[in-house]
Design a protein around this ligand. Structure first.
Ligand code: ADP
Ligand code: ZN
Ligand code: MG
Length: 472
């Protein structure tokens, strides 16, 4: 029998604020040593009261607008009670009854097509601290305690691991472009809920929840493992599926049961009497809308219109630094499609050679734009442009001066190109004949002969095109 996998995600995102959610301590990224950013309030000292950080509400509303949610006009906080050493109050302040955003929707592209993923809700909450285990001791670090989070809960709408990753990639760039979260390492964590059902069935199967996954790679592996485990359990009756919480172990690539799924009553939720309900009016929403800078879907449409490929668009959207660089270079008059190739093929290719990633791309937009403009206007050829680019990336030279000093601005006379190619054709009569008789491979030896003369002086693409035309 064929099975369909059904997945719903709960994604925790650390918000980009200067201070914690209910006190004035700096966020944990400003911490230098353990317990650096802690005050009596976030350390859970008796009698301390929470004070709401307005910025948290605004970022949560921004996230809701971004995901096409309804924004609640009345939103409240609840205490979720449980006892654990990283939780000094023995309760977490979160939202159960009146979450800040509900009923959203986002389009996600994958090999299943472009499909709507529905957002059940977004709620605000505080993070817990961190336990550090060392030898026979365990330490607790409260820097992360009370760092603001939003939790974005989807409906069980995903049907493959690929679709989940596509959503997460899009979500991450949307959050970064809109200044909601930097989404650095560990700042975006997912609980993945999975079930399977016979294809065509309307009913959902028993679900399990894999907790606290931070790496996209691990999420993909965990989903595939867990879906297969469910299928085996049903098909071969290897085990009985129960609703439970599991953890994924990266080393073995397997998931393990942690505990039976808690139900709401396990947490003894109560409305937090120390925090007033928050009323959000039209005026406030309008103000937040004004600061909402970019629609990732609109950006993609613009790039598409400029002739940039889908693969390149995905890379640009996933990397804010690339998008900003591209934007600046295009403003200098460079062609967008060319500029995308310069950035994504040439610059990133050079970085890769040094073992660096696209995140580490750090080039002066002015200098890159100058090089591209020189090539586009025909002042230099692409090969010279590439040489200048290498010098800019490695030594941060001035492109115009470097070009002059190294004689790269000398344009090669097309007569010279023609002469070299004509000679190569007459010196390689056999290869020319073979090629004309349909032996495509013979092209290489004639092309090679031209390249020996023109390498580094003329763009290989130009040599190839001229040679092809002459051979025709
Ligand atoms: P709970 O209240 O138990 O946490 P929710 O309704 O909030 O349950 O759902 C939590 C997450 O589990 C949501 O992301 C939802 O989409 C997902 N989910 C619910 N049922 C299923 C299922 N049968 N298979 C996969 N995911 C599911
Ligand atoms: Zn504090
Ligand atoms: Mg839930």
């Amino acid at each position: 029998m064929n099975y369909e996998v059904v997945i719903g995600l709960e994604t925790h995102v650390e918000l980009n604020t200067n201070s914690k959610i209910f006190c004035s301590c700096g966020g944990h990224s400003s911490a230098k040593t353990p317990n650096d950013c802690v005050c009596p309030a976030c350390a859970g000292m008796p009698g301390m009261l929470p004070v709401m950080n307005k910025k948290v509400i605004e970022l949560a509303v921004s996230a809701g607008l971004m995901l096409n949610c309804e924004i609640s006009r009345y939103t409240t906080f609840d205490k979720k009670n449980y006892y654990y050493p990283d939780l000094p109050c023995a309760y977490q302040i979160t939202q159960l009854n009146h979450p800040i955003c509900t009923n959203g929707c986002v389009e996600v592209k994958s090999s299943l097509g472009t499909r709507d993923i529905h957002i059940k809700q977004i709620h605000m909450e505080e993070d817990a601290g961190k336990l550090v285990h060392s030898g026979s001791f365990s330490y607790v670090d409260f820097n992360r305690t009370s760092v603001p989070l939003i939790e974005i809960v989807t409906q069980p709408d995903f049907r493959s691991a690929e679709e989940v990753l596509s959503y997460l990639t899009k979500l991450k760039s949307m959050l970064r472009f809109n200044g909601i979260s930097e989404c650095e390492e560990g700042a975006m964590r997912c609980d993945v809920n999975i079930s399977v059902r016979p294809e065509g069935s309307e009913e959902f199967g028993v679900r399990t929840e894999i907790k606290n996954m931070a790496s996209f790679e691990a999420i993909e592996k965990a989903i595939n493992y867990e879906a297969q485990r469910h299928i085996d359990a049903i098909e071969f009756e290897t085990e009985e599926l129960v609703q439970e919480t599991r953890r994924y172990d990266d080393a073995s690539g397997k998931t393990f049961a942690m505990r039976n799924k808690e139900t709401e009553s396990d947490y003894r939720y109560v409305p937090d009497p120390n925090l007033m309900p928050i009323i959000i009016d039209d005026e406030w929403i309008e103000e937040i809308k004004k600061n909402k800078p970019v629609e990732v879907d609109d950006m993609a449409a613009q790039y598409r219109e400029a002739g940039i490929s889908e693969k390149e668009i995905d890379m640009i959207i996933a990397n804010q630094n690339v998008a900003i660089l591209l934007d600046k270079v295009v403003k200098m008059g460079c062609n967008a499609k060319n500029a995308a190739a310069w950035i994504l093929s040439d610059c990133v290719g050079l970085l890769r050679k040094d073992g660096k990633t696209i995140d580490e791309l750090d080039i002066d937009a002015n200098k890159l734009g100058t090089i591209i403009n020189m090539v586009e206007s025909g002042d230099i050829n692409r090969v010279s442009g590439k040489k200048i680019l290498v010098a800019v990336l490695e030594q941060n030279v001035d492109p115009v001066a470097f070009c002059k000093e190294n004689g790269l601005d000398k344009k090669v006379d097309t007569a010279v190109i023609d002469k070299v190619i004509d000679e190569a054709i007459s010196n390689n009569a056999q290869a020319v004949e073979d090629y004309r008789n349909g032996k495509v491979k013979a092209f290489q030896s004639i092309f090679g002969a031209c390249m020996r003369e023109l390498k580094g002086i003329v763009d290989p693409a130009i040599i190839k095109e001229t040679l092809e035309n002459k051979l025709k």
